[in-house]
Design a protein around this ligand. Structure first.
Ligand code: PRX
Length: 650
């Protein structure tokens, strides 16, 4: 994929230079300080958190090549839930912490800081009563309801690690993630609601738990009242568990480097990686970027449309906003239900001033025309954010002109599950923007671009994006797999963290992310490993072999294109194509269902048996004028038949 580009420059509006946290000179000064005197810079920033014991050892980071370790604020002691709740009680007890907007526009709910604190404490006490202790893992498989945030914070309160699994994942995916971290407890709901439809959760949980002996208890939230199966002794209703608990719970004292959560994300192999974040560095990165990149001020109403199951939901629905004492909007539904005005109606209803969403949602809404946007006021909006995938300049400009009416700057924030928080993004009062560019690094972050051989490139260039330093929000390891952590991120370019993305740097030093350069595809801002989809496909009894690649998709950014070779006596058919789509939905979840399946009599392999994905990507994209060097293919003639097969696909 080539970098989106646009020559237009959008200067910082004069009013923003005055009121934002940083103007250009202040950004440049503090960025230099963060690079040249990181100990002092971060010691000052650490004061944004509340500590039981202030840290004196600030930064101990080595990205190798020999020793690889990342430690921040090592001797500090704190509790993340205290930072998100207790410290606001004196001044903001009655301020709305979470404004929940249900799938049904008639349903909404507000929890003040005092109420959220009490809810978190009750559940924390409930978890303790079930034997959950500091260091235990708790898997959270919940829809977008306030209890999802309550569950995360209750874990943080007692020092248990949460592992949130996206509610759209299948029983199989859930089981894999529970087993990987040996969770002791699962918190789920009867069902979830999205776009007017119910979807099963407890039924998936029951299926998953058959294969998860580590789970001793399953706490079930009643969301829809739908029928559920029940296993006495294991299953507990959420409301019964919390009803009689005290609304105060002494917070566990946590070392800065004690784990806060694990979050699974796709990599190049079939097995998701358990990205581990620790307490202080992550919380500081999430809250600082929420304040400075998303320009949060006390009077704002902040809405991040992500799901709690992804890192964006962790950092910008829960930890960042709540650490800053913000009002955070949580939305259960979808942008197009009951109609395509829904996002903008919610903005008007709750007077949202900062709105943070993904390019895929913007592109889907562009298709509905301007009228659904224009039917709403959006006067409360003052800043727009984008995250999750490269934003094409057309989508950027529509977001800017139609949604923000040229009044609201756009912050395009580049980051990853691994970085914990935004690492390349404009500070809106400081940095002129260019549609399609994530612009410049945040404090403490040093991005570099390297060529295929790992050599660092200078000036204007294009290559692989690495970080010489990613700041305090970086992952510390992959849960129980430190070797894979070192291998995945630090072996491609010794001494640097490799992001898996490609990027270009322009003459102004701005970064333009070009997309993944590994075998990860980004479907609607959701990261999926091609190997995961392939192993789901080959698990089907009729499938002999499968190769999956990403291809350009007008709404999703990338779609999933699968080449499937069937077993000898199986005939291809439309029924089988549909069945394979259903199969992948069941194995992984609806987000992983292929957009296109092409039957292939065989796959292009090198003489050593490696599938030549580069060729498959080109054919899927319909770009077959230059397939590159195919001389190492064992059978070059089959490429022609794949190109012919591509023509039969819509
Ligand atoms: O390829 C980049 C893309 O999303 C990947 C990270 O995915 P995940 O860990 O699921 O986190 C998504 C939310 C932070 C990156 O490697 N990506 C994320 N933000 C952007 C982006 N690509 C271009 N521009 C962005 N703003």
């Amino acid at each position: 994929m080539s970098a989106p580009s646009s020559d237009a420059i959008f200067p910082v509006p004069a009013s923003w230079q005055r009121r934002a946290w940083f103007d250009n000179a202040a950004y440049r000064r503090d960025y230099q300080r963060s690079m040249h005197d990181p100990q002092r810079f971060w010691a000052e920033q650490a004061e944004h958190l509340d500590w039981f014991h202030h840290p004196t050892r600030i930064r101990d980071v080595s990205y190798g090549p020999e020793d690889i370790h990342i430690r921040w604020f090592e001797d500090g002691v704190l509790n993340a839930s205290v930072n998100c709740l207790d410290r606001h009680l004196l001044e903001r007890a009655r301020k709305a912490a979470i404004v929940w907007e249900g799938d049904d526009p008639a349903e909404s709910r507000t929890l003040s800081y005092a109420e959220l604190h009490a809810e978190v404490c009750r559940l924390a006490n409930g978890l303790k009563s079930l034997g959950i202790c500091k260091g235990d893992r708790v898997t959270v498989y919940l829809p977008m309801v306030p209890e999802a945030a309550v569950a995360m914070l209750a874990c943080a309160r007692i020092g248990a690690m949460h592992s949130v699994v996206f509610a759209g994942f299948s029983a199989e995916s859930l089981a894999g993630r529970i087993r990987d971290c040996d969770a002791k407890l699962l918190i789920t709901a009867d069902e979830g609601m999205r776009g007017g439809r119910r979807f099963a959760l407890k039924a998936n949980a029951d299926e998953a738990l058959k294969r998860c002996p580590s789970v001793q208890a399953c706490v079930v939230l009643r969301r829809t009242g739908g029928e559920v199966a029940w296993l006495d002794g294991r299953d507990r209703w959420y409301h019964e568990l919390v009803d009689h608990q005290a609304s105060n719970c002494e917070p566990e004292t946590m070392n800065a480097e004690d784990p806060l959560f694990v979050l699974y994300t796709s990599g190049s192999t079939g097995k998701p990686k358990g990205v581990l974040h620790t307490t202080a560095g992550y919380l500081l990165a999430a809250s600082l970027t929420h304040r400075y990149v998303l320009d949060y001020h006390d009077e704002d109403v902040f809405w991040c449309t992500a799901d709690i199951g992804w890192v964006t939901g962790h950092s910008y629905i829960v930890y960042g906003p709540l650490a800053n004492g913000a009002t955070t909007v949580m939305f259960e539904g979808v942008p197009t239900w009951p109609d395509a005005s829904r996002f903008w109606q919610v903005i008007d209803k709750h007077r949202v001033s900062i709105f943070y969403t993904a390019p895929t949602a913007i592109r889907a809404l562009i298709r509905q025309g301007d009228a659904p946007v224009r039917a709403t006021s959006r006067k409360s909006l003052r800043l727009l954010g984008s995250v999750g995938e490269p934003i094409n300049p057309e989508a950027w400009l529509w977001y800017y002109n139609v949604v923000g009416e040229q009044r609201c700057p756009i912050v395009d924030t580049w980051w990853q599950t691994e970085t914990g928080a935004s690492v390349i993004a404009p500070l809106p009062g400081a940095i002129a923007t260019k549609p399609g560019s994530a612009t410049l690094p945040f404090f403490g972050v040093e991005p570099v671009i390297v060529d295929e051989d790992g050599r660092v490139l200078e000036g204007e260039c294009e290559g692989r994006l690495c970080l010489r330093d990613g700041g305090p929000g970086m992952l510390r390891t992959l849960y129980r797999d430190h070797d894979r952590f070192v291998q995945t991120y630090f072996s491609a370019c010794p001494g640097l963290y490799f992001t898996g993305d490609g990027a270009r740097r322009d003459k102004d030093g701005y970064f333009w992310i070009t997309g993944r350069v590994d075998d990860v595809i980004n479907v609607s801002g959701h990261r999926l490993g091609t190997a995961e989809v392939e192993s789901a496909l080959v698990a089907h009894p009729e499938v002999a072999e499968a190769a999956v690649v990403g291809y350009p998709h007008p709404v999703k950014g990338q779609g999933i294109y699968a080449y499937v070779t069937l077993k000898a006596n199986t005939q291809p058919s439309d029924e089988l194509r549909n069945a394979l789509g259903q199969w992948v939905r069941k194995e992984i979840g609806p987000i992983a269902a292929p957009d296109q399946i092409q039957w292939a009599s065989s796959l292009p392999k090198t003489r050593s048996g490696k599938i030549m994905r580069r060729v498959l990507r080109k054919i899927a994209a319909g770009d077959t004028t230059d397939l590159g060097d195919t001389s190492t293919l064992a059978d070059a003639t089959m490429v022609e038949s794949l190109i012919d097969g591509r023509r039969t696909i819509a």
